[in-house]
Design a protein around this ligand. Structure first.
Ligand SMILES: Cc1cc2nc3c(=O)[nH]c(=O)nc-3n(C[C@H](O)[C@H](O)[C@H](O)COP(=O)(O)OP(=O)(O)OC[C@H]3O[C@@H](n4cnc5c(N)ncnc54)[C@H](O)[C@@H]3O)c2cc1C
Length: 261
């Protein structure tokens, strides 16, 4: 690790001031990605601005027909929240399968989506459910948030404060976890709100994406067998030591059926 200053402000305005005054400062949530990165000397921030003392950032509250989840809510909190389980059981289930118990007790929804790992689970839920990301300065639709490999629409120094998830008629996630890390080798979130069906895929490409052909088929008939014979194009999907692109395409097709079933 390189040396850095450490701040733990008790107000969001102080967080923003600290980031504005130092473009090389970094936010610290649960540290599940950031601390290993620092240990490996892959980043050299001048300061860490810890969000853990800012009031309200861990709150999970009902809003309209949906639920608003604070950026510092851990995966374990989301998985165990009676409110989330009531409004969107598929989202609580997704959170309950992230990493292991240690990761779920430290990792946060804000840190996960700001990091935008291509194999992270939450991005599929944000895109399929058309969630809205609230920051210290604006609301960003889930479909516009993830812009590429480890890239988001966040501006430098912009702080995610919460994510709003609208209720859905159906919302389920199925993933094929890497047996070592539990990250998604592929994961598919299927959401249906009225006539709108969205199928979002994570882990299989450089960033989360919507699977248009599956959405079209499911809009006609919302049933697992509506996807018979439909497999995503393997062109552009990830190939690595765990799975090649053709295999990932097949996994996505199976996971989409499982999510609906
Ligand atoms: C062993 C292991 C297994 C894992 N398995 C999975 C898995 O199966 N599925 C999965 O989805 N994830 C998995 N993860 C990732 C984990 O779930 C964390 O969410 C992720 O590592 C981010 O950690 P964090 O929330 O502690 O954020 P940090 O590590 O503290 O921060 C991550 C990045 O986000 C920025 N940031 C943090 N909070 C905010 C905010 N509110 N606004 C703007 N920027 C912010 C930080 O500056 C930093 O750049 C795994 C991690 C580990 C270590």
């Amino acid at each position: 690790m390189y040396g850095f200053d450490y701040h733990r402000p008790a107000a969001l305005s102080d967080v923003v001031d600290l980031l504005t005054g130092d473009e090389d400062a970094k936010l610290l949530a649960g540290g599940q990605t950031l601390i290993p990165t620092l240990k490996q000397r892959l980043a050299m921030p001048t300061a860490l601005v810890d969000l853990s003392a800012v009031p309200g950032l861990r709150d999970i509250v009902a809003e309209g027909d949906g639920v608003r989840i604070g950026a510092m809510a851990t995966h374990a909190t989301v998985a165990g929240s009676a409110l989330v389980r009531g409004v969107l059981p598929g989202l609580a289930d997704l959170a309950s399968h992230i990493g292991d118990a240690q990761v779920r007790n430290r990792g946060t929804i804000g840190g996960s989506i700001a990091n935008a790992d291509p194999a992270a689970d939450y991005p599929a839920a944000l895109v399929a459910l058309d969630a809205v990301i609230r920051t210290d300065r604006r609301d960003i639709p889930g479909g516009d948030f993830f812009t590429g490999l480890f890239e988001t629409a966040l501006a430098p120094g912009e702080v995610v404060t919460s994510v709003f998830f609208p209720a859905a008629t159906h919302a389920r996630y199925a993933k094929f976890p890497n047996p070592a890390s539990r990250y998604a080798m592929a994961g598919v979130f299927v959401a249906r709100r009225g006539d709108d069906v969205r199928v979002a895929v994570t882990g299989a490409g450089p960033s989360v994406f919507r699977w248009d052909a599956a959405e079209a088929a499911l809009s006609v008939r919302f049933s697992a067998d509506a996807l018979d014979g439909i497999v995503p194009d393997a062109d552009g999907l990830n190939s690595d030591m765990h799975a090649d692109a053709d295999y990932r395409a097949q996994i996505v097709a199976v996971l989409a059926r499982r999510a609906i079933a």
